[in-house]
Design a binder for this molecule. Structure first.
Ligand code: 5GP
Length: 113
């Protein structure tokens, strides 16, 4: 997979406000926040989009969700938050490195736009 700007954030080639890191993933503040808390959780493994994940990625995908839960709690939003994965251009994906959006700190409507 070609390198995206998220690979550059993982490699510290461009700056980001990192709030969590371990051997499998990185979480950092979104540069254009859509809520008082807007953090992206990304795998260090390059997966362009969720649709490209395989059974081999099962544990990693579970780890991303549990990490998102931990990050939301640690950022002061244990009870109310929204997780979003945009898969593909029509769904709103703009960076082709799998990421989970954590949004919290305001009310959210449904369905999303
Ligand atoms: P997508 O639209 O692919 O689901 O989400 C990509 C997200 O990455 C957007 O919310 C956008 O604001 C964020 N983003 C794009 N470029 C950067 C950047 O250079 N740094 C950070 N921290 N976030 C970025």
């Amino acid at each position: 997979m070609s390198e995206t700007l998220f690979t550059k954030i993982i490699n510290r080639e461009i700056p980001a406000e990192i709030v969590y890191e371990d051997d499998q993933c990185l979480a950092f503040k979104d540069i254009n926040p859509q809520a008082p808390l807007h953090v992206l959780v990304i795998p260090k493994k390059s997966i362009a989009k969720l649709a490209h994940a395989t059974p081999e990625d099962q544990a990693l995908l579970g780890h991303l969700l549990l990490t998102a839960n931990d990050v939301a709690r640690d950022q002061g939003h244990a009870d109310d938050f929204r997780l979003v994965i945009n898969n593909g251009i029509e769904a709103g994906q703009s960076v082709f490195h799998l990421h989970v959006h954590i949004l919290a700190g305001r009310s959210f409507s449904w369905p999303p736009g």
